[in-house]
Ligand binder design. Sequence first.
Ligand code: UN1
Length: 539
Amino acid sequence: MALNTVVLEELSLLEEVRPLLARLGVEEMSANAAGSVSQSSAAELEVRTPITGQVIARLRETSESEAQEAIETAYRAFLVWRNVPPPRRGELVRALGEELRAGAADLGRLVTLETGKILSEGLGEVQEMIDICGFAASLSRQLEGRTIASERADHRMMETWHPLGVVGVISAFNFPVAVWSWNAALALVCGDAVVWKPSEKAPLTALAVQALFLRAAAKVGGVPEGLCSVLLGGARLGELLVDSPRIALLSATGSTAMGRAVGPRLARRFARALLELGGNNAAIVCPSADLDLTLRAVAFAALGTAGQRCTTLRRLIVHESVYEDLISRLQQVYRSVAVGDPRAAGTLVGPLIDERSFAAMQAALQEARSAGAEITGGERIEVEAVGGEAAFYVRPALVEVAAQLPVVKRETFAPILYVLKYRELEEAIALHNDVSQGLSSSIFTLNMREAERFLSASGSDCGIANVNIGTSGAEIGGAFGGEKETGGGRESGSDAWKQYMRRATNTINYGTRLPLAQGVSFEIEPAEGGATNDSPNPE
Ligand code: UN1
């Protein structure tokens, strides 16, 4: 199968990257595609690894006309794919899952090289992809509609779910491939085509996934060309997806600022929007909390992925009775946690993605410091053997604040954990909800009343609310997403698939009369031998 629009023009990779790409099929895919791309574009995308800051690859950017062509091809593919029975569509997703399983070690490592997350988290990301493929493949036999009681005699009312169209996916650097899979696996079994614009900071992993998809498609057979494609480049390509009348649903993951730009433009053309925007996730630690467990959960949620998950724990609201104990233990963790090469065994915190991210972290810490915050950590550190001028390793920062300052209410995409003290649970919940984002939340308690209060209508206002586990690391089986400025979208499990389909309400009259709903009478002069609404059924 020919690749739609992606071609690698030049690879000047580190020793380590080339064999990974080769095994994952990227070079082979590129070679196959070389002849099929007619227009060449001068624009080049430089890929850097945050591990050293070095350039590891140069890719040719997708031109705008190639992107338009990819969207048109995807639309043509959709017209075919929508008529393929869902369980057969599920076979493709199952095959993709198998390719991911076979390539997990290589793809996981590539995620680490491109994003700087530790190997276990790189692999975890691929596992999320495998899991959603399994979920979607089973879903392909369970796409179901309701039958609804009709108020009219001899009538049946039901819902039918149909494929929607071409789904656009814009993903962020921090989960460069899993977020695509949450969308694509569902979209594909729902009968849609997918056009993906990955983060320009993580195009290699996207290419690798595209190569695995093409392998799966070749094995399964009968997959229309261009059903899934990748556009490599910057914001302009994202805008193209946003404005294209062919894109029926756009799923976009990124900052709230990005969502503010994208949302209204989609609304202008009445397109569906699935927005996964900023989070400012908090956990409340109650007097009865199991502090050993809490410490571990907080460490993973706040330090994992170097604080660069949308679900990262950013605010810790601790009861005064356990404050000293927990915070002193956390300070120890923050002082000693292994920061370094994410490929090395034992490292828990890898580098920040780039200098901008480092600068944003320093600016936030400076703002907190000027407002009187007590800060543990936060400084840049040299990591021998890997780091250079262009690599940004930091000691994570634990920041004690007396009040929820403006800086605490903003999302800074870096390992900063703000800590606040509370007395009454009501006050803690009020603090918890007093931010504009609403993604994920947790409470640590052994008290059933506190836990249930937190999960109740007057508790956490987030899309995800947990008890005795952290804010991050959600399983794929649940619907993933959040409220308020987080954007309201839901991806992944539960009934999130419904967004990728259109619903038709069908009412079928199997009688000989024509009763109208709501008892409306609308009599026309009966034609010779004709019946009226109310005429008795001849049988
Ligand atoms: C993200 O950071 O964009 O719940 C997604 C989690 C992961 C997904 C995070 N399963 O932390």
